[in-house]
Design a protein. Structure first.
Lengths: 112, 114
């Protein structure tokens, strides 16, 4: 039972355009949602998060949107840069334990 | 400040052999996690420590996997004996507190079981 799903294994965008990565979840008990970025041969690094009581959080070029009724969140990167090319993982947190449940990841390629 | 350190970075063994992974978390981080990441999947939690106590090991296959965190600092994850299906990247992460919003990951150990 996959509680956090990223249905798009890969995404390719042109430099300067917007990248939109999507994530769906099933469990209403998640209290925080996070995005991690992973380069090859490195561990995931934290990118941005959003509380379940918010619907938007912005940090520079990165914005995360949360639609609780649809159990859906998305990460917007604008403008996209070649250095953004990486695997992006969506994760959801159980507030009482801090346990993270990760999605399968989406590989983003930003073409110059 | 040094990040989470893991060793070895790569390990190739034959099935039925034992293997051990080592992790040194960020200084001051009381919470330590071991994850397994299969190819094409996200990390899955194996065990979580609060200081030296394992507070969540529900996903750890206890028949062959064991872990310890002596003195509440660095940690070792062991597999004995290894099976073909154990081939994966084993990630260690740490955080300041149990419900900290951010976990810091090490580079991982890529295990190949032949």
């Amino acid at each position: 039972d996959q509680q956090v799903k990223q249905n798009s294994p890969s995404l390719s965008v042109q430099e300067g355009r917007i990248s939109i990565l999507n994530c769906d979840y099933t469990n209403s008990m998640f209290d925080y949602f996070l995005w991690y970025k992973k380069y090859p041969a490195e561990g995931p690094t934290f990118l941005i998060s959003i509380s379940s009581i918010k619907d938007k959080n912005e940090d520079g070029r990165f914005t995360v949107f949360l639609n609780k009724s649809a159990k859906h969140l998305s990460l917007h990167i604008v403008p996209s840069q070649p250095g953004d090319s990486a695997v992006y993982f969506c994760a959801a947190r159980f507030g009482n334990t801090g346990k993270l449940i990760f999605g399968q990841g989406t590989t983003l390629q930003v073409k110059p | 400040e040094a990040g989470v350190v893991q060793s070895p970075r790569y390990k190739i063994i034959e099935k039925k052999q034992p293997v051990a992974f080592w992790c040194n978390p960020i200084s001051g981080h009381n919470t330590l996690y071991w994850y397994r990441q299969n190819l094409g999947q996200g990390p899955e939690l194996l065990i979580r420590y609060e200081n030296e106590e394992a507070v969540d090991d529900s996903q750890l296959p206890k028949d062959r996997f064991s872990a310890e965190r002596l003195k509440g600092v660095d940690s070792t994850l062991k597999i004995q004996p290894a099976e073909l299906g154990d081939s994966a990247v084993y990630l260690c992460a740490s955080s300041l507190a149990p419900i900290s919003n951010e976990q810091f990951f090490g580079p991982g150990t890529r295990l190949t079981v032949l």
